[in-house]
Write a protein that binds this ligand. Structure first.
Ligand code: PLP
Length: 448
């Protein structure tokens, strides 16, 4: 039985990323407030937010300092833009801070509002800069199967998941998808992680050779794939991919939208995974999701190419009304200040062993083929048969069923691909981690 509010929701809100056919009869979980790692529905029932919203609410709910930072900025200057001849101090200070933290030698930051816009901007910069550098044929971008980079036309093309392409007439013709670095699913029988990484690097090399290195501009990668299934690459993966990119003069774009700002106990996942990116996309935990803000961090050589192009043709014709929105920028600055003051990265490093131990213990469950993760992010892969790794028929809706049972147990998690993802606010305590996995364990037991 759906409530009146659920019926009104289904009748009026076109829900992103939802099964639009089943939603009206199932009804949405309608949330009203949050405190720390807990959220409460309209009936007052508490849930552990096991997904930090959508991998983004690093500090949890109820941070008065962030509310104050927004209110103070709204009182002072609620809006100003960064187009021709204008700027404001929150955007300047945030760009300076991001430059300081960046996992490479950074020159400047281009601000946007979402991870999708950041990766869309990356694509446009790759094309624009290669035109500016006089190599207009160097335009292809290689992403990976199961990657998630967003849903705008270009970023959805980079995404390597069928639901983001089918019937949207995507991907764009300039995009290719290389192999997915998931050892459990895609390694050959007996292949070690290192051998698997060697093979993926060789396949990437062959793909670039087949396309023609002069036509391939960039390779984009999340340090750990998030929405594609929380896929931690095999040992030595980026170490082996990197020289292939260098050999063919292909730039590396790090999509740090999930891994950035502490999720793996470092400011950036690139550092944790040994990636040496040319450019970086950031969003989500940049503001702990209290307001939407995202960015693309660029190095000197891209900045110089853009500037020299302006010297020739005038305006750099890209930018959003809300690029660097002052209120969002003020909240992001305050978020970064809290991460530093409260040593959130240190906290993540300290509680990671407990989180990962509880996660990996679920690997023993009859329904779980693999429990995987790193830092404060993980997933369990649901299988119908552990020995053969056979998946359930998607029609059984096993993932959705487990998410529903977890909700009954007072836990929010997310069905992704063939698994269930867990990515709690980074401020979670050990006792809360125990409660999270106790509840998930009970949901799995009930699903059997
Ligand atoms: N990149 C990654 C790695 C993401 O996980 C996401 C969203 O989950 C995006 C990009 C897209 O971000 P947004 O939903 O803010 O457009």
């Amino acid at each position: 039985m759906v409530s009146n509010l659920q019926a009104r929701d289904a009748a009026t809100v076109l829900h992103p990323y939802s099964n639009l056919a089943t939603l009206p009869s199932q009804g949405s979980l309608i949330l009203e407030r949050g405190e720390g790692v807990f959220v409460y529905d309209v009936d007052g029932k508490p849930y552990i937010e096991g997904m930090a919203g959508l991998w983004c609410n690093g500090l949890g709910h109820g941070r008065e300092e962030l509310v104050e930072a927004a209110a103070e900025q709204m009182r002072r200057l609620p809006f100003a833009h960064l187009f021709t001849g204008k700027s404001h101090d929150p955007a300047i200070a945030l760009a300076e801070k991001l430059k300081e933290l960046a996992p490479m030698k950074a020159a400047k930051v281009f601000f946007c509002n979402s991870g999708s816009e950041a990766n869309d901007t990356q694509v446009k910069l790759v094309w624009y800069v290669n035109n500016a550098l006089g190599r207009p044929q160097k335009k292809k971008i290689i992403s990976r199967i199961k990657a998630y980079h967003g849903v705008t036309v270009a970023s959805a093309s980079l995404t390597g998941l069928p639901n983001n392409h089918i019937d949207f007439d995507l991907p764009l013709p300039q995009v290719r998808h290389a192999g997915c670095p998931h050892h459990y699913r895609f390694a050959a029988p007996g292949e070690t992680e290192e051998d698997f990484a060697t093979r993926l690097a060789a396949e990437l090399d062959a793909l670039i050779e087949a396309e023609g290195p002069e036509t391939v501009a960039a390779f984009i990668a999340e340090p750990i794939m998030g929405a594609g299934g929380v896929i931690v690459p095999p040992a030595t993966y980026f170490e082996k991919i990197q020289p292939v990119l260098e050999k063919h003069d292909v730039m590396l774009i790090a999509d740090e939208v999930i891994c950035g700002f502490g999720r793996l106990g470092e400011w950036f996942g690139s550092t944790a995974l040994g990636m040496k990116p040319d450019t970086v996309s950031v969003a989500k935990q940049l503001s702990s999701s209290y307001l939407p803000i995202a960015g693309v961090i660029i190095p000197d050589w891209i900045d110089e190419a853009l500037t020299s192009q302006s010297a020739k043709i005038g305006t750099f014709g890209h930018g959003y009304t809300y690029s660097g929105h002052p209120v969002a920028a003020a909240v992001a600055l305050k978020t970064l200040e809290i991460y530093e003051r409260e040593d959130i990265l240190g906290h993540v490093r300290r509680i990671t062993p407990h989180f990962q131990a509880r996660l990996k213990a679920l690997g023993e469950h009859p329904l779980i083929g693999e429990a995987r993760g790193m830092g404060l992010i993980g997933a369990v892969e649901i299988v119908a048969d552990k020995a053969s790794k056979r998946l359930f028929d998607p029609k059984t809706g096993m993932g959705t069923k487990i998410v529903g049972l977890a909700q009954e147990e007072g836990l929010i998690v997310r069905a992704i691909g063939d698994g269930i993802a867990v990515c709690p606010p980074m401020v979670i305590t050990e006792a809360e981690i125990d409660a999270l996995f106790d509840r998930l364990g009970r949901a799995l037991d009930r699903a059997e």
